[in-house]
Ligand binder design. Sequence first.
Ligand code: UD1
Ligand code: UDP
Length: 382
Amino acid sequence: MIKILTIIGARPQIIKAAAVSRAIRNKFKNKINEVVVHTGQHYDNNMSQVFFDEMNIPKPCYNLNVGSDTHGKQTAAMLAGTEKILLKEKPKCILTYGDTNSTLASAVAATKLHIPVVHIEAGLRSFNKKMPEEINRITCDHASTLLFSPTLTGIKNLINEGFNPNNKPPFTIDNPKFFHCGDVMYDNTLYFAGVAEKKISILKKNNLRQNQYILATIHRDNNTDIPERLCAIFGAMNKISKHENIDIIIPLHPRTSKLMKKNLSAEIYDSIKNNKHIKIIPPVSFLEMLILEKHSKLIMTDSGGVQKESFFLKKPCIILRSETEWKELVEAGTCIVTDANEKNILNAYKYFKSAKKLKYPDIFGDGKAAEFICKEIIKAFS
Ligand code: UD1
Ligand code: UDP
């Protein structure tokens, strides 16, 4: 039996972990013993617990309860807390996801104790080191022994950074192995798409008509914290909703909720508040989110995960950032990068309104990425 420690903390990591936990439970429970650690980076019920309940993720054995703080303090608390648990649990490896501060802390803590790191969602790059996530993902990749990349672009990035495709076992931090394996988020979308229909009432609850509303999410720090950027995004949404007579539903991240009043101009803030088409609601559960995505006309987002889900569910998407790690989506022509620029956002909306049928090629695997990952973990650490 291989003991692995899964370390998660932020909403998207909890969601991604559901896929691997499900694969372990269904296919590998005699081979892998998973111990879940929650750093407590996200802690509101609708940012954390709701996913454990809805997606059947094992209850964390530990919760570090680090909460919110500056990057340094938050990461330091996670590092110290994770180290303690690693010393006690002595796992064969740790499993970490994506690019958050929880990812960074867990990778550094494990590496210093010579415990191998398995990184899921490896190789993604924005080539923008001002993004905290870029530093986190690069550091984690270079501290990892097994790296699982969802895309071929990710594989190319790793090779460009010196990772050797010809490494042979036994794999170590100095002799790492990378794999192109598909996306665990795609596994989840396929698995939960049918089940999600039981949450269809989210549409009625918000007076939304199928295929006649826009879904938007905003939480990226440079969008929430820079007033001009936040104003450009909300300004564009205000215009589109009014000119096109279309509803925009925004399940709003707590970071953004807390900064709206401070960082929006009084004019835009009041206009948004009085705009009956703009429906700002608290974060929703994963199944509710799948319903909102699936029945939308178009998605606008600065989220990495929501960009991809737009593609899985065949919806056009406006990316409210200056670049994306998910290059394939832009190349396929189903996503347009507009940055936080009002004019670009309006133009992208117009383009998609009259665009011919968009094509969504199969580039995120076969829905079995998590199984593949478990098999490779067993091979490497048995
Ligand atoms: C983090 C990740 C980001 C990821 C996002 C997913 C880092 C550096 N960033 O950003 O990559 O895309 O999660 O959602 O790790 N807050 C609450 N309740 C919560 C959690 C947060 O109110 O349960 C508020 C707090 O005011 C906090 C702010 O949101 O200061 C930001 O939270 P934090 O976890 O630091 O970063 P995110 O913006 O969520
Ligand atoms: N999500 C959710 N409820 C919401 C908003 C997002 O369940 O109210 C899900 C979304 O479907 C996706 C994931 O959260 O699976 C994306 O996380 P987030 O946008 O917080 O972070 P990112 O992917 O940008 O790191």
